[in-house]
Design a protein around this ligand. Structure first.
Ligand SMILES: [Zn+2]
Length: 328
């Protein structure tokens, strides 16, 4: 009964990247004309499903064991699922509340009490799947990030001439598996290379953390976080709201700054927060993602834990070494 595919129109197709696509029911409700090119996509996950419209950008997700979100309810009603059926799905979902679901809810309540809350957001309109053989797919492979993350792409046709849309990979930002923003990484390496749509206090990577992990590795960039299942503050600073969110995990925090000038400011902030810092010796690498590309994920993680330092004096010494190297 919770099989979402049962509610989809008969005319649909499956893509190699695991999406089922069909004519999106959302666009007419979002000021766009009706979709006739099967641009609505649903991806079933082991925990539920997520929906994305590659036309108007509407997104919604559902996690078994949780209440249906406002946007998931909207989507189901646009798919002509009767109201009482929607309530039935919700009740059935809550019957599947697992220990993990209860723990998640507790984390949620705790965050709400701490004033940590993010609004559910849409992704950019007119995005596409990331298909093998595209520059977007090659970019992600080259970054050595897990390919099962729900990336999207923009500008599939090669941009020609001035004013043509820039090719970009879109990384959805999730929090408790709900989309709350995104990063756009342009492939042409022109500035700006990134555009982040980020809500205040957001830290990327909460959903990458294992339930029983003792450490959380805090990095700067989204690809650094993806490549080692860390958390990214998305710039070279950690604001108070971000610090609260990281603390709410109640884990041992290790900050791994980029080994450049901006990264060294992050070291000072980590010291202020009383967190451990790790600045491993990675010849020719500026950040975690460089290290993963060069040495692999396992070696990168081992060197991070080996270089983990809590002594202020030792951290300052290491920082001075790196600053000297940057200046030379
Ligand atoms: Zn739509």
């Amino acid at each position: 009964m919770l099989d979402i595919l049962a509610y989809l129109p008969a005319r649909r197709k499956s893509t190699s990247s695991g999406w089922t696509s069909f004519n999106a029911p959302c666009c007419v409700h979002n000021g766009e004309s009706a979709d006739r090119r099967q641009r609505g996509g649903i991806k079933v996950t082991d925990q539920g499903w997520s929906y994305h419209c590659f036309n108007c950008g509407f997104t919604a997700s559902f996690i078994l064991g949780r209440n249906l979100s406002f946007k998931a309810r909207k989507l189901l009603s646009w798919m002509s699922v009767p109201q009482e059926e929607i309530e039935r799905i919700n009740l059935e979902s809550l019957r599947h509340r697992s220990i993990q679901g209860i723990l998640d809810d507790r984390a949620h309540t705790f965050e709400t009490l701490q004033g940590i809350e993010f609004q559910e957001r849409d992704l950019p309109a007119h995005a596409s799947f990331v298909e093998p053989g595209t520059p977007h797919h090659d970019f992600l492979l080259n970054r050595c990030v897990p390919m099962n993350y729900p990336y999207m792409s923009e500008g599939r046709e090669r941009a020609i001439g001035p004013g043509a849309p820039r090719q970009a990979v879109i990384v959805p930002f999730t929090h408790h598996n709900v989309i709350v923003g995104h990063a756009k990484r342009f492939l042409d390496d022109r500035n700006p290379r990134y555009i982040n749509h980020i809500q205040p206090g957001y830290v990327f990577g909460m959903d990458l953390q294992g339930a029983d992990w003792q450490h959380v590795i805090v990095v700067e960039g989204v690809f650094d976080a993806l490549s080692i299942s860390g958390m990214a503050v998305l710039h070279a600073e950690i604001n108070d709201a971000q610090a609260r969110l990281i603390r709410s995990l109640a884990r041992d925090v290790v900050v791994v700054p980029d080994q450049d000038e901006a990264g060294m400011k992050l070291v000072d902030r980590a010291l202020e927060l009383g967190w451990a810092v790790s600045m491993p010796e990675w010849p020719g690498c500026k950040d975690v993602n460089d290290a993963v590309k060069k040495f692999g994920k396992l070696v990168t993680l081992i060197t991070i834990m080996q270089a983990r330092e809590t002594s202020r004096i030792k951290i300052e010494m290491r920082k001075r070494q790196i600053v000297k190297r940057i200046l030379n």
